[in-house]
Ligand binder design. Structure first.
Ligand code: FAD
Length: 500
């Protein structure tokens, strides 16, 4: 019997998706028995604006064996404890979406928020952020890594804010050192096998041909292989997520970088502020049906902390995903597979999910349909659940402007409508195993937006009022003690920078 194993992989594109894929394949699959080639075009360039992440990125770097301090230095990274939503529910209001748990694990498998909701009903302080160590640390600009077990004090959960181009360059060095071959060139044609329809090779402008058995399409919005060549249709979600443009510009730092990303509601969308060590990334994500590119650019430039450091760049996109991401011998990763606006910093995470799944379900040359079907089902569930989470941010606001009124009137997908109904009942949405965001994330956003549940889990009544009061006071004291013991974020960054 012929050896069924794949012997050659071609990655098309060298943005964050391309180099994350290349680095992981080089590390886990290796290049001794499989050739891994990456084709990219400097002339075309990359999107290069993905700067904020969520905590699972730590696991990706860990899988590669990357030392965190080195990574932070090389990518000008800062630490991120969550997202500060400013003027989102309504002008003048703010709430924090923290990483990590709220409170602490309490008895009877009942989530902390249920005990907390009961406590609020009994007259407790309705500010849930007091029970999040990450929110409290963000509030005072403090950060440090805490030991994985945390001991008696709560852990600090975090992700990074980094320069995406530097991250791609860092991973490129990592992958090339492990045998990945990089080819510079512009792909002008994709050749498919006449019998199977599989992709056989890509042709470069200078006439060279790069053949392979397995192709990973990381070509960005263009979706050169999956979209253009294999004609897998794009499912357009703009009826739920109407933002279709972003204008981005870095500016000079005027203060120490905050250990969080700021998202500010604006007239026709929202503005991000992502502090890095050497500069601050900014962007205005907007719906072109409600504001023009020129006006959005002017608004963004007038709302920067420091002097702009480059010409503003407008990016155009559509929310949605390809119907499937794995078709024949081609897997799309990153923007080639789909796009969801960066409101919850999920794009790099979606790359990570695809790469992990690829390693878990690594195909043979037969590209068994059952494997591909499973891959696609799981991936679609991940995209759909993030989509619902994002729509909830827009649906539940009190902002009174044409764009926001439009969002409030949007009919949610059934899957989201069900979650909102469940939450309204008693603060549970029951995420599936493929949901990126868990009960506490949903609680932070929905409650933060003013969507108050009618009740809480009945087992939260099992504790006496006195016991509940004492328990919450102990949790609160532990959070305070943890936060008081943290250094300023900037001091922590300086310590990382000075370590050999
Ligand atoms: P790209 O960066 O577009 O790379 C495509 C690659 O394909 C390039 O190397 C290009 O040269 C190559 N290519 C294309 N066509 C050809 C051709 N014909 N021949 C040869 N090579 C070709 N993500 C987050 O996680 N956090 C964020 O905060 C965040 N913010 C974002 C803000 C905006 C406005 C946008 C648009 C995206 C944001 N993202 C964010 C998403 C993030 O930028 C992308 O997910 C990430 O950069 C991956 O992009 P990519 O590698 O798929 O595509």
């Amino acid at each position: 019997m012929n050896d069924p194993r794949i012997r050659s992989i071609v990655i098309v594109g060298g943005g964050t998706a391309g180099w994350m894929t290349a680095a992981a394949l080089a590390k886990v699959v290796g290049t001794e028995n499989v050739s891994i080639t990456l084709v990219e075009s400097e002339e075309i360039g990359t999107v290069g604006v993905g700067e904020a992440t969520i905590p699972p990125i730590l696991l990706f770097n860990k899988m590669l064996g990357i030392d965190e301090d080195t990574f932070v230095r090389e990518t000008n990274a800062t630490f991120k404890l969550g997202i500060d939503f400013v003027d989102w529910r309504r002008p003048g209001h703010r709430y924090f979406h923290p990483f990590g748990l709220l409170g602490a694990d309490l008895p009877d498998r009942v989530g902390f928020v249920h005990f907390w909701l009961r406590w609020v009903q009994e007259g407790g302080n309705p500010d849930f952020s007091r029970f999040s160590a990450e929110t409290e640390a963000a509030r005072v600009g403090r950060f440090a890594r805490t030991p994985p077990t945390g001991g008696a004090l709560p852990n600090i959960n975090y992700a990074y804010q980094f320069d995406a181009s530097l991250y791609a360059a860092f991973l490129r060095r990592f992958a090339e050192a492990r045998g990945v071959e990089r080819i510079e060139g512009r792909i002008v044609a994709v050749r498919r096998d006449a019998e199977t329809g599989f992709i056989a090779a890509v042709t470069l402008q200078d006439g060279r041909s790069v053949a392979g058995e397995f192709f990973v399409d990381c070509s960005g919005f263009r979706s050169l292989l999956l979209g253009d060549s294999l004609e897998v249709p794009f499912e357009d979600w703009s009826r739920w997520l109407p933002c279709d443009r972003a204008v981005a510009v870095p500016c000079a730092r005027t203060n120490d970088p905050t250990p969080f990303t700021t998202v500010t509601g604006r007239e026709a969308g929202w503005q991000w502020r992502i502090p890095l060590q050497h500069r601050t990334g900014n962007g205005y994500v907007f719906a072109s049906a409600f504001i023009g590119e020129e006006e959005a650019t002017e608004k963004l430039l007038s709302r920067l902390d420091g002097a702009a450091q480059a010409e503003p760049r407008v990016l155009r996109f559509k929310a949605g995903r390809r119907r499937v991401c794995f078709e024949k011998n081609c897997l799309a990763v990153g923007l080639a597979a789909g796009f969801l606006e960066p409101l919850e910093s999920t794009s790099i995470h979606l790359i990570q999910i695809a790469v992990n799944k690829l390693l878990d379900m690594f195909p043979n040359r037969d590209f068994h349909p059952a494997i591909l079907s499973r891959f696609n089902d799981e991936t679609n569930q991940v995209y759909d659940s993030i989509r619902d989470f994002l729509i909830a941010h827009y649906k539940l606001t009190e902002r009174d402007q044409p764009f926001w009124r439009h969002c409030q009137d949007i009919e949610p997908p059934d899957s989201l409508a069900t979650k909102l109904d469940l939450f309204r009942g008693r603060a549970q949405v029951f995420p599936s195993g493929f949901d990126t965001f868990h009960e506490t994330n949903w609680f932070a956003i929905l409650y933060g937006q003013g969507f108050e549940p009618e009740s809480y889990h009945p087992l939260a009544d099992n504790m006496s009022s006195d016991e509940l009061r004492v328990t919450l006071a102990q949790i609160r004291a532990a959070i305070q003690k943890r936060v008081d013991g943290l250094p300023p974020h900037q001091a922590f960054l300086e310590a990382v920078a000075s370590r050999p």
